[in-house]
Design a protein around this ligand. Structure first.
Ligand code: ADP
Length: 313
C-alpha cells in the first residue's frame, strides 16, 4: 500500500477512523521509523571500525524492524477494515429491517382493532403476543441503529455551545407525557451554568435515555428529579428516581451491551440493554464520565460529569 496525502483523508472517512489510525499513515510512520533505526544502527556500528560488522548489523536490524513493522501494520489494517465493514453491515441490515417491522406493526394494530374482522379470544391473545415481539424487535433495531450512529462513529460529532438548562428542558418536554401517564412527579432543579460545548443531539440523546429509564423503572406515583449544577469547569447532571433499583450483585454489568438486570426483565419486558452502553460511549467521547448509585426497591441516581469544553475541541 503506497502512501499518498489524499489517500489518508479518504481512508479516514472510509474506515471512520482518525487520520493517524489509517493504514497509509501507519505505513508512513513505519517507513520513517525504519530509516531512523537504520541510521542509529549505522552510527553505533561505525564506532566498531569493522566494515563487515557495520553492513551485517545495519542490514539485520533494519530488516527485522521493517518486516515486523509491515506485519504489524497489515494486522492493524485488517482489524480496521473488518471493523468498518462490521459497522457498515450493522447499519445496512438494521435500516433494511426497520421498514418490514414497521409494516408488521400496522398489520398487528389493524387486526387487533378488529376493523379487519372479529377475533376469537385465543386469536386475539396470539396476535397480542405477536405485536409485543414485533415491538421488541423494532426497539432492538432502533437501538442498534442508534448504536451505530451515536456510539460507533457513523455520524461525526458536531460540537457547539449550548445552555444546559435549555437542553434538559427540551428533553423533559418530550418525556413529560410518559411521566404523566404513570402519575410520576418530575422535579427539575437546574442551576444557571456556563454554556457547555457539546454535540447537542448526542448529549440530548444521552439525557433522554437516562430520564426515560428513570420514568420506565419507577412505579406509578413515584418521583424523578433532575439536578444540574456547575462544579469548577464541569457540569454535573443527576437523574434521581424512586424506582425499582438495580440488584447489588448486578451493578457492575449495567453498562455492558445487551445487559438487563433481572428485576427489570421481570417488571418491564420491553428493553434491549443497549441504551446505557450508548450513553456511556457518548459521555466518554465528550471527555466526561457517568456513574450511578442504586438501592433495590428504593431507587437509583445516575450522574453525568461533563467538561464545559471537551478536551478535543
Ligand atoms: P433497557 O432499558 O432497554 O433495558 P438500558 O441499557 O437503558 O436498556 O438499561 C440497561 C439496564 O439497566 C436495564 O435493563 C435495567 O436493568 C437497568 N436500569 C437502567 N436504568 C435504570 C433505572 N433508572 N432504574 C433501575 N434500573 C435501571
Amino acid at each position: 500500500m503506497a502512501f499518498n496525502g489524499a489517500g489518508i483523508g479518504q481512508e479516514a472517512r472510509l474506515f471512520r477512523v482518525k487520520f493517524y489510525q489509517t493504514p497509509s499513515f501507519l505505513f508512513l510512520i513505519m517507513g520513517i521509523s525504519t530509516i531512523i533505526v537504520m541510521l542509529v544502527t549505522f552510527f553505533i556500528a561505525k564506532t566498531f571500525d569493522d566494515v563487515t560488522f557495520l553492513i551485517l548489523s545495519t542490514s539485520t536490524v533494519t530488516g527485522v524492524v521493517f518486516v515486523s513493522g509491515v506485519i504489524l501494520v497489515r494486522i492493524i489494517s485488517k482489524i480496521i477494515i473488518i471493523n468498518a465493514a462490521r459497522t457498515e453491515f450493522l447499519s445496512l441490515v438494521t435500516h433494511q429491517l426497520r421498514s418490514p417491522l414497521t409494516g408488521m406493526k400496522y398489520i398487528f394494530e389493524l387486526a387487533l382493532s378488529q376493523n379487519a374482522g372479529e377475533l376469537t379470544p385465543t386469536l386475539k391473545e396470539v396476535l397480542r403476543q405477536g405485536a409485543e415481539s414485533n415491538q421488541q424487535m423494532l426497539m432492538l433495531v432502533s437501538d442498534l441503529l442508534d448504536m451505530s450512529k451515536m456510539a460507533e462513529g457513523d455520524s461525526p460529532y458536531e460540537y457547539e455551545k449550548v445552555e444546559v438548562k435549555r437542553l434538559i428542558k427540551e428533553v423533559y418536554e418530550d418525556l413529560a407525557p410518559n411521566a404523566q401517564e404513570k402519575n410520576i412527579t418530575v422535579q427539575l432543579h437546574i442551576d444557571e451554568t456556563d454554556q457547555i460545548k457539546v454535540d447537542p443531539k448526542k448529549i440530548s440523546f444521552a439525557i433522554q435515555n437516562l430520564l426515560d429509564n428513570a420514568i420506565k423503572y419507577t412505579p406509578e406515583h413515584g418521583t424523578v428529579t433532575v439536578k444540574a449544577r456547575q462544579i469548577g469547569k464541569r457540569v454535573k447532571i443527576s437523574i434521581i428516581d424512586t424506582g425499582i433499583g438495580v440488584p447489588l450483585n448486578e451493578q457492575d454489568r449495567l453498562f455492558t451491551r445487551f445487559y438487563r438486570a433481572t428485576n427489570a426483565e421481570k417488571t418491564k419486558k420491553t428493553g434491549t440493554g443497549l441504551g446505557l452502553y450508548i450513553v456511556k460511549t457518548i459521555i466518554e467521547r465528550h471527555g466526561g464520565s457517568i456513574q450511578f448509585e442504586s438501592e433495590l426497591n428504593k431507587g437509583s441516581t445516575f450522574t453525568i460529569l461533563l467538561p464545559l469544553r471537551s478536551k478535543h475541541f
